[in-house]
Design a protein around this ligand. Structure first.
Ligand SMILES: Cc1ncc(COP(=O)(O)O)c(C=O)c1O
Length: 373
């Protein structure tokens, strides 16, 4: 079977540590261990007793309790802790997709689930988010894509790369339609909690009996280096996902489990999320000014969540070539729309320290200006 590489991750892993300015990241600049401990109200000495053996491979009971508490109606038996939400998505797709299956997927998206579905032999039915609808899907198109025989529907909410949150009614309609045709609904919620302002995005957990959600600490909590993720699923499916994990990474890192358990305690979690929101608010003000000055040539919608803005540029240059030019000539890494199977878009990350963001945007401006109109 042919292999679909993950173009965006390869682009990032090749260049992100080698460029001067990295606008390809979708989360806020990560916390250091010292900063995290200060937010948690602990000291390095607290970590001394953590035994570096194999942790409970499904995730410690305390951590699974804390994750379950974020998903109304869930208990620890619904939770499998994974190495990043990437592993949760992997195990879910591995378990739920057979060759020839019909899988409906909301696009654009973080292309991991798209690539996995292709690599596991699925036939894909896209449901495109429409720019003219504020990056919501057309309801009729969505219902048509989820036709009888569909076995899985995949959604990322809040969305990457658009930063848009699905209208609550739309999410419910997708869940109803998946249920009608007997499909599982997999919702990647790793950006949940990274809303710049307003209420947190409600979880899709509980929208049906065949719903599973994935999430983790990489984006809203600014802790991608902990590689901490999870899947929340009906207990029988959670057991099966755990069985898949025996083949992938066995269990979470013991230190990551211990730190994640502290981060998700009720009094602490809010402080970590607030730090993320503060970065998002401050830096968005900067990027919005920069983008606003380029309107209407450059089109964008303010993201609801995540440190990403998906902007459309007017020039004829193909997005992969533009991103390559930005990297090669200006030392700035962005993600081109081509890596989301789209046209003249750039995904601009704005979670890095503000001074770096400002300097990087100057370089992007120079590159765009050199292209003319
Ligand atoms: C929607 C989405 N899901 C999953 C991931 C993987 O994140 P992690 O494995 O660090 O949780 C990303 C990373 O960018 C993402 O954007």
């Amino acid at each position: 079977m042919s292999f679909e590489p993950f173009a965006m991750e390869r682009w990032q892993s090749t260049w992100e540590t080698r460029v001067r300015y990295n606008l390809s990241e979708s989360g806020v600049h990560p916390l250091s261990l010292a900063e995290l401990l200060a937010l948690v109200g602990g000291t390095p000495a607290d970590l001394g007793p953590v035994r570096l053996g194999y942790a409970d491979t499904r995730g410690s009971a305390a951590l699974r309790e804390a994750i379950a508490a974020l998903h109304p109606g869930a208990g620890p038996e619904h939770v499998v802790v994974t190495n990043g939400s990437a592993e949760a998505n992997f195990c879910a797709c591995w378990r739920l997709i057979e060759p020839g299956d019909r899988v409906a997927i909301v696009l654009p998206t973080y292309m991991q689930t798209w690539g996995l579905a292709r690599n596991f032999g699925a036939r894909l039915a896209p449901i495109w988010l429409r720019e003219e609808l504020g990056w919501q899907p057309d309801q009729a198109e969505a219902a048509a894509a989820i036709q009888p025989g569909t076995t899985l529907v995949i959604v990322t909410n809040p969305n990457n790369p658009t930063g848009a949150v699905l209208a609550a009614g739309t999410m419910a309609a997708l869940a109803r339609r998946a249920d009608e045709v007997g499909a599982w609904l997999l919702v990647d919620e790793v950006y949940r909690g990274a809303e710049r302002e307003g209420a947190p995005t409600p979880s899709a957990w509980g929208l049906g009996e065949h719903v599973l959600v994935t999430g983790g600490l990489s984006k809203a909590y600014g802790l991608p280096g902990l590689r901490m993720g999870w899947c929340v699923a009906p207990p029988a499916l959670a057991e099966e996902l755990w069985a898949r994990k025996d083949y992938t990474t066995i269990g979470p890192g013991a230190l990551s489990d211990a730190l994640a358990t502290r981060v998700l305690q009720p009094g602490v979690r809010g402080r970590v999320l607030e730090r993320t929101r503060a970065v998002l608010r401050d830096n968005w003000a900067l990027l919005e000014r920069w983008l606003g000055a380029r309107r209407p040539a450059v089109a964008f919608r303010a993201p609801d969540a995540g440190a990403i803005c998906y902007a459309r540029y007017p020039q004829g240059i193909e997005s992969g070539s533009l991103a390559e030019r930005l990297r090669r000539d200006h030392d700035v890494l962005v993600v081109p729309g081509a890596q989301f199977a789209m046209g003249n878009f750039l995904r601009l990350g704005f979670g890095l320290p503000a001074a770096q963001l400002a300097a990087a945007l100057e370089r992007v401006a120079a590159a765009l200006d050199a292209l003319g109109d």
